[in-house]
Write a protein that binds this ligand. Structure first.
Ligand code: ADP
Length: 276
């Protein structure tokens, strides 16, 4: 809890943050902030780390469907807040469009609200995507719940940029697609990598939009911010023996089965599809 106290002390909006944190932490039933239960008695509590464009959202949401847990992506929470034109949206839009990180106070507040609404729906377990992204956030999380596993997805940087620039979202159904066709030859000890584009179905084609922070300048800044603020989070979990490093071997068809294998879930998927 020291981290929470430290964060609260350093905050200019102390009372607001305290209210957000205390409601999240003291809520008796909140699935994230009260779940120091035996891991066998509860659903998974996992974190997905990785640079912008690596595919955290894609793989985390697939795993969530498979495991029946909510996919909680703080980037989505930020974008929802932006779209709502609420009191924070002007401030958030400036930060996000410069490729910077939103303050820990705002992120904790958005996450607390998301957890409260999930709890009301009976959610249990989670995969967090894009949180924690600073050591401070990791310490706060560690102070309030046990994380079972942290999956660190990895791809070479030139591929990450191409993937961010190729990313498209259907403004109607919200699904993510990617127009980039990646074909990088292996060199300097790096293996080659090919990724076919993930094209939208015809009914989405005319509704595709690009994220405002997926421009070359902003993606490069996000990658810089990741190595400065978020890479230390990898070490935080590595030193606790919770980090699973996963080098993506290609696009979804190559990577998904390998990821399931690395997570010992290959049998699980077969059993699930047999039961369906
Ligand atoms: P990325 O593709 O860079 O991983 P996300 O969709 O996860 O993007 O996040 C979009 C933006 O939302 C980030 O660039 C940052 O401004 C903000 N954001 C998301 N999660 C966090 C977090 N945990 N802490 C601070 N800012 C965050």
């Amino acid at each position: 809890m020291a981290a929470i106290t430290r964060l609260a002390r350093s905050s200019s909006s102390i009372s607001y943050l305290r209210r957000c944190l205390s409601s999240a932490i003291s809520s008796e039933t909140n699935p994230l902030f009260t779940s120091r239960k035996d891991p066998k008695d509860r659903n998974v509590q996992w974190v997905f780390l990785g640079c912008p464009g690596v595919g955290k959202g894609t793989y985390a949401s697939r795993l969530c469907k498979l495991l029946g847990v909510p996919h909680i992506a703080t980037g989505d929470l930020v974008r929802e807040e932006l779209a709502s034109s609420g009191p924070l949206s002007q401030q958030l839009s400036e930060i996000v469009n410069q490729g910077k990180l939103v303050s820990d106070e705002i992120i904790i507040s958005l996450l607390s609200k998301r957890l409260e609404s999930g709890e009301a729906k009976g959610d249990s377990g989670f995969i967090l995507d894009g949180f924690p992204r600073t050591i401070n956030q990791a310490e706060i999380l560690e102070g309030v719940t046990d994380i079972d596993l942290v999956v660190n997805l990895k791809l070479q940087e030139n591929v990450l940029l191409e993937k961010c620039l190729g990313r498209r979202i259907c403004s109607e159904c919200g699904k993510n697609f990617n127009l980039a066709s990646i074909n990088v030859k292996g060199e300097n000890g790096n293996p080659g990598i090919s990724m076919a584009p993930l094209l939208p179905p015809p009914h989405c084609t005319s509704k595709l939009i690009t994220r405002s922070d997926d421009t070359e300048t902003v993606v490069k800044e996000r990658l810089r911010v990741y190595s400065e603020k978020s890479q230390p989070v990898e070490e935080f979990y590595r030193s606790r023996g919770k980090l699973l490093e996963f080098d993506l071997p290609g696009g979804i068809p190559q990577s998904w089965p390998k990821l399931l294998e690395a997570l010992n879930l290959d049998d699980y998927e077969e059993k699930q599809s047999a039961a369906a």
